[in-house]
Design a binder for this molecule. Structure first.
Ligand code: FEO
Ligand code: CA
Ligand code: CA
Ligand code: CA
Length: 631
Protein backbone atom coordinates (compact mmCIF):
# COMPACT_ATOMS: atom_id res chain seq x y z
CA UNK A 1 0.00 0.00 0.00
CA UNK A 2 2.88 2.34 0.74
CA UNK A 3 4.04 1.86 -2.85
CA UNK A 4 0.73 3.27 -4.01
CA UNK A 5 1.29 6.42 -2.01
CA UNK A 6 4.92 6.99 -3.00
CA UNK A 7 4.90 6.05 -6.66
CA UNK A 8 3.03 9.16 -7.80
CA UNK A 9 5.24 11.49 -5.81
CA UNK A 10 7.80 13.79 -7.31
CA UNK A 11 11.38 13.23 -6.18
CA UNK A 12 10.94 16.16 -3.79
CA UNK A 13 7.86 14.69 -2.19
CA UNK A 14 9.54 11.30 -2.01
CA UNK A 15 12.52 12.80 -0.19
CA UNK A 16 10.26 14.40 2.39
CA UNK A 17 8.15 11.32 2.95
CA UNK A 18 9.90 10.40 6.21
CA UNK A 19 10.84 13.91 7.27
CA UNK A 20 7.55 15.36 8.53
CA UNK A 21 7.26 18.95 9.72
CA UNK A 22 8.31 19.44 13.36
CA UNK A 23 6.00 20.58 16.12
CA UNK A 24 5.76 24.38 16.18
CA UNK A 25 7.97 25.33 19.10
CA UNK A 26 11.60 26.31 19.47
CA UNK A 27 12.30 26.00 15.80
CA UNK A 28 9.68 28.54 14.81
CA UNK A 29 10.95 30.96 17.42
CA UNK A 30 14.47 30.58 16.05
CA UNK A 31 13.25 31.22 12.53
CA UNK A 32 11.15 34.18 13.62
CA UNK A 33 14.17 35.69 15.38
CA UNK A 34 16.21 35.42 12.24
CA UNK A 35 13.47 37.03 10.20
CA UNK A 36 13.15 39.94 12.60
CA UNK A 37 16.86 40.54 12.49
CA UNK A 38 16.80 40.55 8.73
CA UNK A 39 14.01 43.08 8.69
CA UNK A 40 16.02 45.30 11.00
CA UNK A 41 19.04 45.05 8.76
CA UNK A 42 16.84 45.89 5.80
CA UNK A 43 16.20 49.30 7.30
CA UNK A 44 13.68 51.42 5.50
CA UNK A 45 14.11 49.86 2.07
CA UNK A 46 10.86 47.97 2.52
CA UNK A 47 11.90 44.87 0.67
CA UNK A 48 12.89 42.56 3.48
CA UNK A 49 16.12 40.66 3.51
CA UNK A 50 16.55 40.71 -0.24
CA UNK A 51 16.74 44.49 -0.30
CA UNK A 52 19.54 44.44 2.21
CA UNK A 53 21.49 42.09 0.05
CA UNK A 54 20.74 43.78 -3.22
CA UNK A 55 20.96 47.30 -1.89
CA UNK A 56 24.02 47.37 0.26
CA UNK A 57 26.32 44.56 -0.74
CA UNK A 58 25.34 44.10 -4.38
CA UNK A 59 28.25 43.27 -6.63
CA UNK A 60 26.22 44.43 -9.62
CA UNK A 61 25.12 47.97 -10.44
CA UNK A 62 21.41 48.55 -11.03
CA UNK A 63 20.25 47.29 -14.43
CA UNK A 64 20.29 49.82 -17.22
CA UNK A 65 18.20 49.09 -20.28
CA UNK A 66 19.85 51.83 -22.35
CA UNK A 67 23.08 50.00 -23.13
CA UNK A 68 21.71 46.47 -23.39
CA UNK A 69 24.08 43.84 -24.73
CA UNK A 70 21.19 41.42 -25.27
CA UNK A 71 20.62 41.58 -29.02
CA UNK A 72 17.14 40.11 -29.34
CA UNK A 73 13.52 41.01 -28.69
CA UNK A 74 12.14 39.39 -25.56
CA UNK A 75 9.50 36.71 -26.09
CA UNK A 76 6.27 36.73 -24.10
CA UNK A 77 5.33 34.03 -21.63
CA UNK A 78 2.90 31.52 -23.13
CA UNK A 79 1.32 28.10 -22.68
CA UNK A 80 1.83 26.82 -26.23
CA UNK A 81 2.87 23.24 -26.94
CA UNK A 82 5.95 24.25 -28.90
CA UNK A 83 9.23 26.13 -28.66
CA UNK A 84 8.92 29.92 -28.91
CA UNK A 85 11.96 32.00 -29.88
CA UNK A 86 12.59 35.67 -30.67
CA UNK A 87 12.15 36.89 -34.26
CA UNK A 88 15.15 35.94 -36.36
CA UNK A 89 15.77 32.56 -34.67
CA UNK A 90 14.74 29.02 -35.65
CA UNK A 91 14.97 25.60 -34.02
CA UNK A 92 14.96 21.93 -34.96
CA UNK A 93 15.12 18.54 -33.26
CA UNK A 94 18.56 16.89 -32.92
CA UNK A 95 17.77 13.76 -30.90
CA UNK A 96 14.68 12.43 -29.14
CA UNK A 97 14.13 9.77 -26.49
CA UNK A 98 14.08 6.42 -28.32
CA UNK A 99 15.91 7.54 -31.48
CA UNK A 100 18.12 4.58 -32.55
CA UNK A 101 21.90 5.13 -32.45
CA UNK A 102 22.57 2.26 -34.85
CA UNK A 103 20.98 1.54 -38.24
CA UNK A 104 20.02 -2.02 -37.34
CA UNK A 105 18.08 -0.87 -34.26
CA UNK A 106 14.32 -0.30 -34.52
CA UNK A 107 12.71 3.13 -34.79
CA UNK A 108 10.78 4.29 -31.72
CA UNK A 109 7.49 2.39 -31.42
CA UNK A 110 4.62 4.69 -30.48
CA UNK A 111 2.52 1.76 -29.20
CA UNK A 112 5.00 -0.15 -27.01
CA UNK A 113 7.30 2.83 -26.35
CA UNK A 114 10.18 0.42 -26.86
CA UNK A 115 11.57 -2.70 -25.20
CA UNK A 116 14.61 -3.41 -23.09
CA UNK A 117 16.60 -4.26 -26.19
CA UNK A 118 15.51 -1.28 -28.25
CA UNK A 119 16.10 1.16 -25.40
CA UNK A 120 19.65 -0.14 -24.90
CA UNK A 121 20.46 0.89 -28.48
CA UNK A 122 18.55 4.20 -28.47
CA UNK A 123 18.90 7.73 -27.08
CA UNK A 124 17.87 7.67 -23.41
CA UNK A 125 14.92 9.45 -21.82
CA UNK A 126 14.70 12.81 -20.01
CA UNK A 127 17.93 14.31 -21.36
CA UNK A 128 19.44 16.81 -18.91
CA UNK A 129 22.99 18.21 -18.72
CA UNK A 130 25.11 17.78 -21.86
CA UNK A 131 28.42 18.75 -23.44
CA UNK A 132 29.86 18.79 -26.95
CA UNK A 133 33.30 17.41 -27.80
CA UNK A 134 34.95 18.36 -31.09
CA UNK A 135 37.43 15.70 -32.18
CA UNK A 136 39.21 15.26 -35.52
CA UNK A 137 36.52 17.14 -37.38
CA UNK A 138 33.72 15.23 -35.71
CA UNK A 139 31.21 16.38 -33.11
CA UNK A 140 30.35 14.12 -30.18
CA UNK A 141 27.47 14.94 -27.86
CA UNK A 142 27.37 13.46 -24.37
CA UNK A 143 23.99 13.90 -22.65
CA UNK A 144 22.67 12.76 -19.30
CA UNK A 145 19.41 10.80 -19.28
CA UNK A 146 18.19 11.67 -15.83
CA UNK A 147 15.16 9.44 -15.38
CA UNK A 148 12.09 8.03 -17.13
CA UNK A 149 8.49 9.18 -16.77
CA UNK A 150 6.64 6.09 -15.63
CA UNK A 151 3.30 7.15 -17.07
CA UNK A 152 4.90 7.76 -20.47
CA UNK A 153 7.50 5.01 -20.88
CA UNK A 154 5.02 2.49 -19.41
CA UNK A 155 2.01 4.12 -21.06
CA UNK A 156 1.47 0.81 -22.88
CA UNK A 157 0.63 -0.82 -19.52
CA UNK A 158 -2.75 -0.37 -17.82
CA UNK A 159 -0.94 0.27 -14.53
CA UNK A 160 1.43 2.81 -16.16
CA UNK A 161 4.15 1.00 -14.21
CA UNK A 162 6.75 -1.67 -15.05
CA UNK A 163 5.00 -5.06 -15.08
CA UNK A 164 7.69 -7.43 -16.40
CA UNK A 165 11.42 -7.94 -16.08
CA UNK A 166 11.82 -6.49 -19.59
CA UNK A 167 9.91 -3.39 -18.50
CA UNK A 168 12.49 -2.94 -15.73
CA UNK A 169 15.29 -3.51 -18.25
CA UNK A 170 13.76 -0.84 -20.47
CA UNK A 171 13.57 1.57 -17.55
CA UNK A 172 17.19 0.98 -16.53
CA UNK A 173 18.29 1.52 -20.14
CA UNK A 174 16.31 4.76 -20.36
CA UNK A 175 18.63 6.10 -17.64
CA UNK A 176 22.33 6.92 -17.76
CA UNK A 177 24.23 8.77 -20.44
CA UNK A 178 23.94 8.84 -24.24
CA UNK A 179 27.17 9.49 -26.15
CA UNK A 180 26.38 10.13 -29.80
CA UNK A 181 28.10 11.65 -32.79
CA UNK A 182 26.04 14.39 -34.42
CA UNK A 183 26.55 16.24 -37.67
CA UNK A 184 24.94 19.09 -39.58
CA UNK A 185 23.42 18.06 -42.90
CA UNK A 186 21.22 20.32 -45.05
CA UNK A 187 21.12 22.87 -42.26
CA UNK A 188 20.00 20.44 -39.56
CA UNK A 189 21.94 18.68 -36.84
CA UNK A 190 21.17 15.00 -36.32
CA UNK A 191 22.48 11.68 -35.03
CA UNK A 192 25.21 9.90 -37.02
CA UNK A 193 23.99 6.30 -36.82
CA UNK A 194 26.67 3.62 -36.50
CA UNK A 195 29.36 6.14 -35.52
CA UNK A 196 32.20 4.40 -33.67
CA UNK A 197 31.71 6.99 -30.91
CA UNK A 198 28.08 6.07 -30.23
CA UNK A 199 27.62 4.51 -26.83
CA UNK A 200 24.89 3.94 -24.28
CA UNK A 201 25.86 4.02 -20.64
CA UNK A 202 23.01 2.72 -18.46
CA UNK A 203 22.20 1.57 -14.95
CA UNK A 204 24.02 -1.68 -15.80
CA UNK A 205 27.31 -0.41 -17.31
CA UNK A 206 30.45 -1.54 -15.40
CA UNK A 207 32.13 1.33 -13.52
CA UNK A 208 35.29 1.75 -11.49
CA UNK A 209 35.21 3.16 -7.94
CA UNK A 210 38.10 5.60 -7.43
CA UNK A 211 39.31 7.97 -4.74
CA UNK A 212 39.39 7.65 -0.96
CA UNK A 213 36.42 5.26 -0.67
CA UNK A 214 37.79 2.75 -3.19
CA UNK A 215 38.17 -0.63 -1.52
CA UNK A 216 36.71 0.50 1.82
CA UNK A 217 34.38 -1.68 3.90
CA UNK A 218 31.49 0.72 3.18
CA UNK A 219 31.81 -0.05 -0.55
CA UNK A 220 32.02 -3.85 -0.42
CA UNK A 221 29.17 -6.04 -1.60
CA UNK A 222 28.59 -9.72 -2.32
CA UNK A 223 29.14 -9.12 -6.03
CA UNK A 224 32.16 -6.88 -5.41
CA UNK A 225 34.02 -8.08 -2.29
CA UNK A 226 36.90 -5.71 -3.10
CA UNK A 227 34.73 -2.58 -3.13
CA UNK A 228 36.36 -1.37 -6.34
CA UNK A 229 33.82 -1.89 -9.12
CA UNK A 230 30.11 -1.33 -9.46
CA UNK A 231 27.37 -1.36 -12.04
CA UNK A 232 25.73 1.62 -13.62
CA UNK A 233 24.83 5.22 -13.09
CA UNK A 234 21.35 6.67 -12.86
CA UNK A 235 19.52 9.90 -12.20
CA UNK A 236 22.26 12.03 -13.70
CA UNK A 237 21.08 15.60 -13.59
CA UNK A 238 23.39 18.47 -14.49
CA UNK A 239 26.86 17.76 -15.84
CA UNK A 240 30.38 19.02 -16.12
CA UNK A 241 33.20 19.14 -18.64
CA UNK A 242 36.86 19.08 -17.73
CA UNK A 243 39.68 21.04 -19.43
CA UNK A 244 41.25 17.68 -20.34
CA UNK A 245 38.23 16.63 -22.39
CA UNK A 246 36.23 14.31 -20.17
CA UNK A 247 32.53 14.42 -19.36
CA UNK A 248 31.16 14.52 -15.83
CA UNK A 249 27.76 12.94 -15.11
CA UNK A 250 26.30 13.84 -11.74
CA UNK A 251 24.21 11.34 -9.77
CA UNK A 252 21.32 13.18 -8.11
CA UNK A 253 18.21 11.42 -6.74
CA UNK A 254 19.89 8.00 -6.59
CA UNK A 255 17.99 7.02 -3.48
CA UNK A 256 14.54 6.39 -4.97
CA UNK A 257 15.66 3.25 -6.81
CA UNK A 258 16.34 1.15 -3.71
CA UNK A 259 13.80 -0.81 -1.69
CA UNK A 260 13.69 -3.52 0.98
CA UNK A 261 12.29 -7.04 0.70
CA UNK A 262 12.10 -6.99 4.51
CA UNK A 263 9.29 -4.61 5.54
CA UNK A 264 10.57 -4.56 9.13
CA UNK A 265 14.13 -3.53 8.25
CA UNK A 266 15.46 -0.81 10.53
CA UNK A 267 17.11 1.78 8.32
CA UNK A 268 20.50 3.23 9.22
CA UNK A 269 20.94 6.92 10.04
CA UNK A 270 22.81 7.28 6.76
CA UNK A 271 19.96 5.76 4.76
CA UNK A 272 17.56 8.18 6.43
CA UNK A 273 19.77 11.20 5.71
CA UNK A 274 19.94 10.28 2.03
CA UNK A 275 16.28 9.31 1.71
CA UNK A 276 16.86 5.61 1.02
CA UNK A 277 13.55 3.99 1.98
CA UNK A 278 11.92 0.59 2.26
CA UNK A 279 9.78 1.37 -0.78
CA UNK A 280 11.21 2.63 -4.04
CA UNK A 281 9.91 5.48 -6.18
CA UNK A 282 7.96 3.17 -8.49
CA UNK A 283 10.59 1.75 -10.86
CA UNK A 284 10.63 -1.74 -9.22
CA UNK A 285 14.29 -2.28 -10.04
CA UNK A 286 14.78 -4.59 -7.05
CA UNK A 287 12.14 -6.97 -8.46
CA UNK A 288 14.48 -7.77 -11.37
CA UNK A 289 17.88 -6.89 -9.90
CA UNK A 290 18.60 -7.90 -6.32
CA UNK A 291 21.34 -5.31 -5.78
CA UNK A 292 18.63 -2.67 -5.33
CA UNK A 293 17.28 -4.60 -2.30
CA UNK A 294 18.82 -2.95 0.78
CA UNK A 295 17.74 -5.84 3.01
CA UNK A 296 20.15 -8.07 1.06
CA UNK A 297 22.76 -5.53 -0.05
CA UNK A 298 22.91 -2.69 2.48
CA UNK A 299 26.12 -1.18 1.06
CA UNK A 300 24.80 -0.73 -2.48
CA UNK A 301 23.41 2.78 -1.81
CA UNK A 302 26.92 3.78 -0.66
CA UNK A 303 28.07 3.19 -4.24
CA UNK A 304 25.77 5.82 -5.76
CA UNK A 305 25.52 9.59 -5.38
CA UNK A 306 28.85 10.48 -6.97
CA UNK A 307 30.36 12.37 -9.87
CA UNK A 308 31.14 9.95 -12.72
CA UNK A 309 34.00 10.82 -15.10
CA UNK A 310 33.59 9.50 -18.65
CA UNK A 311 35.92 9.63 -21.65
CA UNK A 312 33.45 10.43 -24.47
CA UNK A 313 35.99 9.63 -27.18
CA UNK A 314 36.69 6.04 -26.09
CA UNK A 315 33.56 3.85 -26.12
CA UNK A 316 35.51 1.04 -24.45
CA UNK A 317 36.62 3.18 -21.48
CA UNK A 318 35.32 2.32 -18.02
CA UNK A 319 33.55 5.26 -16.33
CA UNK A 320 35.09 6.29 -13.01
CA UNK A 321 33.06 7.15 -9.92
CA UNK A 322 35.01 9.96 -8.21
CA UNK A 323 34.39 9.49 -4.49
CA UNK A 324 36.78 12.36 -3.63
CA UNK A 325 34.08 14.77 -4.82
CA UNK A 326 31.67 13.57 -2.16
CA UNK A 327 28.39 11.72 -2.01
CA UNK A 328 25.18 13.69 -2.14
CA UNK A 329 22.40 14.53 -4.58
CA UNK A 330 24.75 16.04 -7.12
CA UNK A 331 23.30 18.66 -9.45
CA UNK A 332 26.14 19.70 -11.76
CA UNK A 333 29.93 20.02 -11.56
CA UNK A 334 31.36 23.36 -12.70
CA UNK A 335 35.08 22.96 -13.33
CA UNK A 336 37.48 25.93 -13.16
CA UNK A 337 41.16 26.35 -12.35
CA UNK A 338 42.68 27.96 -9.27
CA UNK A 339 45.43 30.54 -9.80
CA UNK A 340 48.05 27.84 -9.24
CA UNK A 341 46.44 25.46 -11.73
CA UNK A 342 44.70 23.14 -9.27
CA UNK A 343 41.27 22.02 -10.40
CA UNK A 344 38.30 23.54 -8.60
CA UNK A 345 34.87 21.90 -8.93
CA UNK A 346 31.77 23.66 -7.62
CA UNK A 347 28.83 21.37 -6.81
CA UNK A 348 25.34 21.76 -5.36
CA UNK A 349 23.36 19.19 -3.35
CA UNK A 350 19.80 19.64 -4.57
CA UNK A 351 17.56 19.00 -1.64
CA UNK A 352 15.82 21.44 0.66
CA UNK A 353 18.26 22.75 3.26
CA UNK A 354 21.31 20.92 1.90
CA UNK A 355 24.65 22.49 0.99
CA UNK A 356 26.98 23.96 -1.61
CA UNK A 357 30.38 22.27 -2.03
CA UNK A 358 33.80 22.86 -3.58
CA UNK A 359 36.49 20.30 -4.45
CA UNK A 360 40.10 21.40 -4.93
CA UNK A 361 42.48 18.89 -6.49
CA UNK A 362 45.83 18.12 -4.89
CA UNK A 363 47.69 18.34 -8.18
CA UNK A 364 47.65 21.08 -10.80
CA UNK A 365 46.28 20.79 -14.31
CA UNK A 366 49.00 20.77 -16.95
CA UNK A 367 47.87 21.57 -20.49
CA UNK A 368 48.77 18.60 -22.67
CA UNK A 369 49.93 16.65 -19.62
CA UNK A 370 48.52 13.55 -17.95
CA UNK A 371 45.44 14.90 -16.20
CA UNK A 372 43.47 11.67 -16.22
CA UNK A 373 43.22 11.25 -12.47
CA UNK A 374 43.23 14.83 -11.14
CA UNK A 375 39.79 14.19 -9.65
CA UNK A 376 41.05 11.22 -7.67
CA UNK A 377 42.78 13.18 -4.89
CA UNK A 378 41.99 16.52 -3.29
CA UNK A 379 40.12 18.35 -0.56
CA UNK A 380 36.38 18.81 -0.17
CA UNK A 381 34.91 22.03 1.24
CA UNK A 382 31.43 23.27 2.10
CA UNK A 383 30.17 26.86 1.95
CA UNK A 384 29.38 29.04 4.95
CA UNK A 385 27.71 32.34 4.08
CA UNK A 386 27.68 35.24 6.57
CA UNK A 387 24.92 37.84 6.53
CA UNK A 388 27.43 40.65 5.98
CA UNK A 389 28.17 39.53 2.41
CA UNK A 390 31.27 37.51 3.23
CA UNK A 391 31.71 33.77 3.16
CA UNK A 392 34.18 30.95 3.53
CA UNK A 393 34.86 27.44 2.29
CA UNK A 394 35.26 25.11 5.27
CA UNK A 395 37.41 22.06 4.58
CA UNK A 396 35.82 18.76 5.54
CA UNK A 397 38.54 16.97 7.50
CA UNK A 398 38.30 14.33 10.25
CA UNK A 399 39.34 16.98 12.78
CA UNK A 400 36.71 19.49 11.65
CA UNK A 401 33.87 16.99 11.31
CA UNK A 402 34.64 14.52 14.08
CA UNK A 403 34.49 11.73 11.52
CA UNK A 404 36.88 8.80 11.59
CA UNK A 405 38.49 9.26 8.19
CA UNK A 406 38.41 10.94 4.81
CA UNK A 407 36.59 7.84 3.55
CA UNK A 408 33.70 8.48 5.87
CA UNK A 409 33.59 12.14 4.77
CA UNK A 410 33.46 11.08 1.11
CA UNK A 411 30.58 8.66 1.72
CA UNK A 412 28.67 10.53 4.44
CA UNK A 413 29.32 13.97 3.03
CA UNK A 414 26.03 15.48 4.16
CA UNK A 415 26.67 14.53 7.77
CA UNK A 416 30.19 15.96 7.53
CA UNK A 417 28.84 19.28 6.25
CA UNK A 418 26.22 19.39 9.00
CA UNK A 419 28.94 18.80 11.58
CA UNK A 420 30.81 21.97 10.57
CA UNK A 421 27.67 24.12 10.56
CA UNK A 422 27.49 24.77 6.80
CA UNK A 423 24.81 27.14 5.54
CA UNK A 424 21.57 25.36 4.67
CA UNK A 425 20.55 26.39 1.14
CA UNK A 426 17.36 26.65 -0.92
CA UNK A 427 18.10 23.58 -3.08
CA UNK A 428 21.39 24.36 -4.89
CA UNK A 429 21.02 23.51 -8.58
CA UNK A 430 23.58 24.38 -11.28
CA UNK A 431 26.71 26.40 -10.62
CA UNK A 432 28.21 28.38 -13.52
CA UNK A 433 31.49 30.32 -13.55
CA UNK A 434 31.90 33.52 -15.54
CA UNK A 435 34.63 32.94 -18.17
CA UNK A 436 35.56 36.63 -18.11
CA UNK A 437 35.75 37.21 -14.35
CA UNK A 438 36.67 35.19 -11.31
CA UNK A 439 33.14 34.74 -10.03
CA UNK A 440 30.54 31.98 -9.94
CA UNK A 441 26.77 31.75 -9.68
CA UNK A 442 24.41 29.12 -8.29
CA UNK A 443 20.68 28.71 -8.87
CA UNK A 444 18.83 28.21 -5.58
CA UNK A 445 15.70 26.92 -7.17
CA UNK A 446 13.07 27.23 -4.39
CA UNK A 447 12.43 25.88 -0.89
CA UNK A 448 8.94 25.74 0.52
CA UNK A 449 10.46 24.58 3.83
CA UNK A 450 12.72 27.61 4.43
CA UNK A 451 12.13 28.72 8.02
CA UNK A 452 9.41 26.07 8.25
CA UNK A 453 11.19 22.75 8.60
CA UNK A 454 14.63 21.30 9.18
CA UNK A 455 16.58 19.45 6.52
CA UNK A 456 16.72 15.66 6.46
CA UNK A 457 19.60 15.75 8.97
CA UNK A 458 17.68 17.86 11.47
CA UNK A 459 19.61 21.08 10.80
CA UNK A 460 17.30 24.08 11.30
CA UNK A 461 16.79 26.22 8.20
CA UNK A 462 16.12 29.75 9.41
CA UNK A 463 16.14 32.56 6.86
CA UNK A 464 19.79 33.46 6.18
CA UNK A 465 21.80 35.72 3.91
CA UNK A 466 21.63 34.00 0.51
CA UNK A 467 18.27 32.39 1.36
CA UNK A 468 16.33 35.47 2.43
CA UNK A 469 12.67 34.44 2.12
CA UNK A 470 10.70 32.00 4.21
CA UNK A 471 8.74 29.32 2.32
CA UNK A 472 10.65 30.39 -0.79
CA UNK A 473 8.37 29.89 -3.79
CA UNK A 474 10.33 31.47 -6.63
CA UNK A 475 14.05 30.93 -6.03
CA UNK A 476 17.12 33.15 -6.48
CA UNK A 477 20.63 33.13 -7.93
CA UNK A 478 23.56 33.71 -5.57
CA UNK A 479 26.94 34.89 -6.81
CA UNK A 480 30.33 34.82 -5.15
CA UNK A 481 33.69 36.40 -5.91
CA UNK A 482 36.65 34.49 -4.44
CA UNK A 483 39.24 36.52 -2.53
CA UNK A 484 42.26 37.73 -4.52
CA UNK A 485 40.58 36.68 -7.75
CA UNK A 486 41.44 33.04 -7.08
CA UNK A 487 38.94 30.17 -7.12
CA UNK A 488 41.40 28.39 -4.83
CA UNK A 489 40.98 31.00 -2.07
CA UNK A 490 39.04 29.99 1.03
CA UNK A 491 37.15 33.25 1.44
CA UNK A 492 34.71 35.05 -0.85
CA UNK A 493 32.25 37.95 -1.10
CA UNK A 494 28.72 37.17 -2.18
CA UNK A 495 25.48 38.83 -3.25
CA UNK A 496 22.22 37.87 -4.88
CA UNK A 497 22.25 38.40 -8.65
CA UNK A 498 18.50 38.02 -8.91
CA UNK A 499 15.65 37.18 -6.58
CA UNK A 500 12.85 35.71 -8.70
CA UNK A 501 9.25 36.63 -8.00
CA UNK A 502 6.00 37.86 -9.43
CA UNK A 503 5.58 41.65 -9.31
CA UNK A 504 2.09 41.38 -10.83
CA UNK A 505 0.84 39.47 -7.78
CA UNK A 506 3.03 40.54 -4.86
CA UNK A 507 4.35 43.78 -3.44
CA UNK A 508 6.50 42.27 -0.68
CA UNK A 509 9.75 40.29 -1.08
CA UNK A 510 7.85 37.85 -3.29
CA UNK A 511 7.74 40.45 -6.05
CA UNK A 512 11.42 39.77 -6.72
CA UNK A 513 14.53 41.98 -7.00
CA UNK A 514 14.55 45.18 -9.09
CA UNK A 515 15.79 43.33 -12.19
CA UNK A 516 12.54 41.31 -12.26
CA UNK A 517 9.61 42.82 -14.14
CA UNK A 518 6.25 41.68 -15.50
CA UNK A 519 8.04 41.06 -18.80
CA UNK A 520 10.88 38.78 -17.65
CA UNK A 521 9.51 37.07 -14.56
CA UNK A 522 10.06 33.37 -13.96
CA UNK A 523 10.22 30.88 -11.11
CA UNK A 524 12.62 28.12 -10.08
CA UNK A 525 15.93 28.82 -11.85
CA UNK A 526 17.80 25.54 -12.35
CA UNK A 527 20.09 25.15 -15.41
CA UNK A 528 22.80 27.82 -15.68
CA UNK A 529 25.65 28.34 -18.14
CA UNK A 530 27.81 31.06 -19.65
CA UNK A 531 28.40 31.48 -23.37
CA UNK A 532 31.69 32.57 -24.91
CA UNK A 533 30.52 36.18 -24.98
CA UNK A 534 30.08 36.15 -21.21
CA UNK A 535 26.28 36.17 -21.15
CA UNK A 536 24.54 33.91 -18.63
CA UNK A 537 21.76 31.56 -19.75
CA UNK A 538 19.14 30.69 -17.12
CA UNK A 539 16.83 27.67 -17.52
CA UNK A 540 13.78 27.05 -15.38
CA UNK A 541 12.25 23.95 -13.79
CA UNK A 542 9.28 25.54 -12.14
CA UNK A 543 5.55 25.66 -11.77
CA UNK A 544 3.79 26.06 -15.13
CA UNK A 545 0.21 26.41 -13.89
CA UNK A 546 0.16 30.06 -15.05
CA UNK A 547 -2.18 30.69 -12.11
CA UNK A 548 -2.00 32.21 -8.64
CA UNK A 549 1.58 32.93 -7.62
CA UNK A 550 2.65 31.92 -11.14
CA UNK A 551 0.13 33.83 -13.22
CA UNK A 552 1.74 35.37 -16.29
CA UNK A 553 4.81 33.11 -16.12
CA UNK A 554 3.61 30.49 -18.63
CA UNK A 555 5.54 27.35 -19.47
CA UNK A 556 9.13 26.76 -18.35
CA UNK A 557 11.55 29.03 -20.13
CA UNK A 558 15.11 30.13 -20.81
CA UNK A 559 16.40 33.64 -20.24
CA UNK A 560 19.69 35.38 -20.93
CA UNK A 561 21.29 37.69 -18.39
CA UNK A 562 24.08 40.24 -18.56
CA UNK A 563 26.17 39.60 -15.44
CA UNK A 564 27.61 43.11 -15.53
CA UNK A 565 24.32 45.02 -15.53
CA UNK A 566 21.89 42.52 -14.01
CA UNK A 567 19.61 42.78 -17.05
CA UNK A 568 17.58 39.62 -17.77
CA UNK A 569 15.57 38.99 -20.93
CA UNK A 570 13.36 36.00 -21.84
CA UNK A 571 14.81 34.20 -24.88
CA UNK A 572 12.70 31.06 -25.12
CA UNK A 573 9.52 29.41 -23.89
CA UNK A 574 9.30 25.60 -23.92
CA UNK A 575 6.36 23.31 -24.72
CA UNK A 576 3.77 22.27 -22.16
CA UNK A 577 4.75 20.56 -18.90
CA UNK A 578 8.44 20.46 -19.83
CA UNK A 579 11.48 21.66 -17.99
CA UNK A 580 14.27 23.39 -19.90
CA UNK A 581 17.56 21.83 -18.85
CA UNK A 582 20.91 21.18 -20.47
CA UNK A 583 22.82 23.57 -22.72
CA UNK A 584 25.95 23.44 -24.85
CA UNK A 585 27.27 25.46 -27.77
CA UNK A 586 28.80 24.49 -31.10
CA UNK A 587 32.48 25.48 -31.37
CA UNK A 588 31.62 28.00 -34.12
CA UNK A 589 29.06 29.61 -31.78
CA UNK A 590 26.34 29.43 -34.43
CA UNK A 591 24.26 26.77 -32.68
CA UNK A 592 23.09 26.45 -29.10
CA UNK A 593 21.85 23.00 -28.11
CA UNK A 594 19.12 23.00 -25.46
CA UNK A 595 17.31 20.20 -23.64
CA UNK A 596 13.53 19.89 -23.50
CA UNK A 597 12.87 17.49 -20.62
CA UNK A 598 9.66 15.65 -19.80
CA UNK A 599 7.17 17.50 -22.04
CA UNK A 600 3.68 16.29 -21.12
CA UNK A 601 4.77 14.81 -17.79
CA UNK A 602 1.15 15.10 -16.66
CA UNK A 603 -0.38 14.16 -20.01
CA UNK A 604 -0.87 17.50 -21.78
CA UNK A 605 1.73 17.59 -24.57
CA UNK A 606 2.51 15.92 -27.85
CA UNK A 607 5.89 17.61 -28.27
CA UNK A 608 7.74 17.35 -30.57
CA UNK A 609 5.83 15.36 -33.17
CA UNK A 610 2.28 16.67 -32.64
CA UNK A 611 -0.96 14.89 -33.46
CA UNK A 612 -1.62 12.12 -30.96
CA UNK A 613 2.04 11.07 -30.64
CA UNK A 614 3.77 10.19 -27.40
CA UNK A 615 5.57 13.23 -25.92
CA UNK A 616 9.35 12.75 -26.01
CA UNK A 617 12.18 14.56 -24.30
CA UNK A 618 14.56 15.97 -26.89
CA UNK A 619 17.72 17.92 -27.62
CA UNK A 620 16.98 20.86 -29.91
CA UNK A 621 19.32 23.12 -31.89
CA UNK A 622 18.68 26.86 -31.97
CA UNK A 623 20.26 29.02 -34.67
CA UNK A 624 19.82 32.45 -36.19
CA UNK A 625 17.96 32.58 -39.48
CA UNK A 626 20.93 34.45 -40.99
CA UNK A 627 23.37 31.88 -39.49
CA UNK A 628 25.24 34.54 -37.52
CA UNK A 629 26.55 33.95 -33.98
CA UNK A 630 24.02 33.01 -31.31
CA UNK A 631 26.39 33.30 -28.40
FE1 FEO B 1 17.56 17.02 -11.45
FE2 FEO B 1 18.13 19.23 -9.21
O1 FEO B 1 17.48 18.74 -10.78
CA1 CA C 1 18.14 20.36 -12.41
CA1 CA D 1 14.96 21.38 -10.53
CA1 CA E 1 14.71 17.40 -14.16
Amino acid sequence: MAIDTTRDMTFDEFDEHDNPPPAVTDFDRLAEGALSRRRFLAGGVGFGAAAFVMGTTALTPAPTQAQSRLGFEAVSANGLDTVTLPDGYRWHIVARWGDPLWSDAPEFDQESRGTGTSQETAFGDNNDGMSLFAHRGRTILAANNEYVNRSIIYGNRASKLPETADDVRKGKAGHGVSVVEITRRDGRWGIVQDSPYNRRITADTPMMITGPARGHELMKTVADPDGTTCLGTWNNCGNGRTPWGTYLACEENFNGYFSSSDPTLERTADQKRYGVKLKDWGYAWATADERFDIAKHPNEPNRAGYIVEIDPLDPTSIPKKRTALGRFKHENAEVVLAADGRVVVYMGDDERGEFLYRFVSRDAYVAGGDNADLLETGALYVAKFADDGSGEWVELTPAATGMSSLVEICVRTRQAASAVGATTMDRPEWVAANPNKVEAYCCLTNNKNRAKKSNAGGDPTPVNGPNPREANTYGQIVRWRPSAGDHGANRFAWDLFVVAGNPTVHSDARRGSPNITADNMFNSPDGLAFDAAGMMWIQTDGKYSNEGDFVGQGNNQMLIADPDTGEIRRFMVGPRECEITGITFSPDRRTVFVGIQHPGEKGDSHFPDGGQTVPRSAVIAIEREDDSLVA
